[in-house]
Design a protein around this ligand. Structure first.
Ligand code: PBG
Ligand code: ZN
Length: 334
């Protein structure tokens, strides 16, 4: 071998950029700021209440006062966006059409109003728009003869989005996966004078086993069948791009891919296909899996959470909806 070929490996040394922490930080390609997190909250109608969710250690359903306290301390950490979920206070309040979803005095609507008054423009208030926690059958739309029918489902979804906007939500986020709901909600918002309300579309939402813990918390599991006639097939990625393009054409301001970790290729594909801001939803089952393994001492929580969140950012997500946000910031895991 000649001297020059021997010398090449000595000249090119990727390890120079990994020598110590400051140099690694200098070379780092991916960062996460607290303002990129969106934190989900499960809202209870009661004023003072904190109901832990067994399959999501560290997460509880919160009454309005508890929610206010939590949001205030999260703001101190730099977390500026929340995504609110609710369900009716009493069993009997679930109906075939989910009408308590758009009740003016519903837990979500009341929480939005209070957060608005309390934090004004320091906080971005987002709401999940869906029916599954409010329908007696647990599906995300209207059921007719065993089918979740599309167009009839748009009416209650639009009403729900309007009630959130009316309460003062900055962002409404439909998660139902009915066709045409982005256009229907956008038109209704504009007609009602809410042209400034932002529409974050759950554009790409898979029929996933990773929603299990959430469904326990929101009490929103379907009583028959499953969601595969409206949520996406995990085998598909071209379809994800199609869904994203349609929602953009229909007037979505931001897009979401959900879940995150098993769908990093999908995040990348949607990132390439659209210039809209893109959020990844690091869902309940992804959180529960990490928590369970960490509780057993099988994985290092700090390291795993950091790795997972960085993967979502690397794949192309601008924003991350995650239950880990608070721990990750407080623990200095990022
Ligand atoms: C309701 C909804 C679900 C989630 C967000 N909105 C559950 C589902 O579609 O069954 C999942 C969130 C999570 O698992 O963290 N449509
Ligand atoms: Zn739903």
């Amino acid at each position: 071998m000649s001297e020059t070929t021997v010398a090449v490996p000595g000249r090119v040394r990727p390890r120079r950029l990994r020598r110590n922490q400051v140099i690694r930080d200098l070379a780092a390609e991916t960062h996460i700021a607290p303002s990129q997190f969106i934190v989900p909250h499960f809202v209870l109608a009661a004023r003072k209440s904190e109901r832990p969710i067994p399959s999501m250690p560290g997460i509880a359903e919160l009454g309005l006062d508890n929610l206010l306290g939590r949001v205030a301390s999260d703001l101190d950490l730099g977390i500026r966006s929340v995504l609110l979920f609710g369900h009716p206070d009493h069993e009997g309040h679930k109906t075939p059409d989910g009408l308590t979803a758009w009740a003016d005095d519903g837990a979500v609507q009341r929480a939005v109003r209070r957060l608005r008054v309390e934090f004004g423009d320091d906080l971005v208030v987002m709401t999940d728009v869906c029916l599954c926690a409010y329908t007696d059958h647990g599906h995300c739309g209207i059921v007719d003869d065993g089918d979740v029918v599309n167009d009839a489902s748009l009416v209650p979804l639009v009403r729900t989005a309007l009630s959130h906007a009316e309460a003062g939500a900055d962002v409404v986020a439909p998660s139902d996966m009915m066709d045409g709901r982005v256009a229907a909600i956008r038109d209704a918002l504009d007609e009602a004078g809410h042209e400034q309300v932002i529409l974050l579309a759950y554009a790409v939402k898979y029929a996933s086993g990773y929603y299990g813990p959430f469904r326990d918390a929101a009490d929103s599991a379907p009583s028959f069948g499953d969601r595969r006639s409206y949520q996406m097939d995990p085998r598909n990625v071209r379809e994800a791009v199609r869904e994203a393009e349609l929602d953009e054409q229909e007037g979505a301001d931001m897009l979401m891919v959900k879940p995150a970790l098993a769908y990093l290729d999908v995040i990348r594909a949607v990132r390439r296909a659209s210039n809209l801001p893109l959020a990844a939803y690091n869902v309940s089952g992804e959180y529960a899996a990490v928590k369970a393994a960490a509780a057993n001492g099988w994985l290092d929580e700090a390291q795993i959470v950091r790795e997972n969140l960085m993967a979502m950012r690397r794949a192309g997500a601008d924003r991350i909806i995650t239950y880990h946000a608070r721990d990750a910031i407080e623990g200095g895991w990022l």
